[in-house]
Ligand binder design. Structure first.
Ligand SMILES: Nc1ncnc2c1ncn2[C@@H]1O[C@H](COP(=O)(O)OP(=O)(O)OP(=O)(O)O)[C@@H](O)[C@H]1O
Ligand SMILES: [Mg+2]
Length: 299
């Protein structure tokens, strides 16, 4: 079975500026895949290269078994795409624009459009120029989903959506995935990716840092212990422990991050007079952030 998206050494430099470099990635059919990274990480560059809006410096992207450069027209016909920044025909109403886009695809999507607009609480009979940014985003989502594509590529899909519409969008993603259709979405919102995706990649400064199952990342997630002692304790005691990743001492409080068991930390703390210990549960956010901040100077 061919992967919905397959990247092999995909690289794009804007002149001397690295957009993305050597991305190898295989997306599985039916998954919701999160492409996570801070501003400027290369998320939009990756998507634009996959869709042939920009040409790779080297490497290849294969979409639904088709070559991203040679077969870009066929790919665009098959997938649903939400751009990070939407350009629209301002004078049309939402309904007119969606009708126009459907005609370009040569399919009757009126039923889907009506149902999606209702789910997203979108008034289709207003002119685009009068839409709020959230309503523009909804139009973008409707056009991405309306022809029931087998692959959706969505650049920051929840941008500007209010919480109720976000929930509706998450529900839609689950339905699409349950039907065996595939979603590739970018986001910089960690808790969102944790909630709605099956697997995620973290991209930073144009390079893939990690690709992992969300469940696996949760297992790797670090714990943070904030320990306050009656009189200052020796931070070196904690630094020596195998599961401790970092130690910070301020006044009488020592904060340690722990990957794995906290037991040795608690036992070491017991050598001092403890005033309080606060444990912050391991969450995906800290697991991801540890990837973001690692090797900060490495190029
Ligand atoms: N047209 C361009 N010309 C020059 N450099 C560019 C261009 N587009 C993007 N870049 C650079 O490529 C890198 C990746 O940018 P990209 O827009 O792909 O990031 P992103 O992850 O989508 O960020 P955001 O979360 O802000 O949307 C950045 O360093 C950016 O400045
Ligand atoms: Mg972007």
């Amino acid at each position: 079975m061919t992967a919905p998206i397959f990247l092999d050494g995909l690289t794009k430099f804007y002149g001397p500026i690295r957009g993305i470099e050597d991305l190898d990635l295989e997306i599985r059919q039916g998954e919701v895949f999160g492409f996570l990274g801070p501003n400027g990480a290369g998320k939009s560059t990756t998507i634009s290269t996959i869709l042939d809006f920009i040409r790779p410096t080297r490497g290849t992207a294969t979409v639904l078994g088709l070559d991203s450069r040679r077969d870009s027209v066929a790919i665009h016909g098959k997938i649903g795409y939400l751009p990070g920044e939407l350009a629209m025909y301002e004078k049309m109403t939402g309904r007119e624009l969606l009708g126009y886009l459907s005609a370009l695809r040569g399919v009757d999507t009126s039923r889907q459009v009506a149902s999606l607009a209702e789910r997203f609480d979108l008034d289709l009979d207003r002119r685009i120029r009068g839409y709020s940014s959230g309503n523009r985003q909804k139009v973008g989502l409707v056009q991405a989903f309306m022809h029931r594509p087998e692959l959706l590529i969505l650049d920051e899909p929840t941008n500007g959506l209010d919480p109720i519409v976000q929930q509706e969008f998450y529900a839609l993603l689950r339905e699409v995935s349950a039907e065996g259709r595939t979603v590739f979405l970018s986001s910089h919102i960690l808790p969102e990716v944790e909630r709605i995706t099956d697997r995620a990649a973290i991209i930073r400064r144009g390079r893939l840092m990690v690709v992992a199952e969300i469940e696996e990342l949760k297992r790797q997630a670090q714990h943070r212990l904030e320990m306050t002692f009656v009189s200052p304790a020796d931070p070196e005691v904690f630094r020596a422990l195998e599961t401790v990743r970092s130690v910070a001492a301020v006044d009488r409080t020592i904060t340690v991050t722990v990957a794995g068991s906290v037991d040795p930390v608690v036992k070491a703390a017991a050598a001092f007079e403890v005033e309080n210990i606060v444990s912050h549960d391991g969450d995906l956010e800290s697991a991801f952030l540890s990837y973001y901040s690692e090797d900060d100077d490495a190029e």
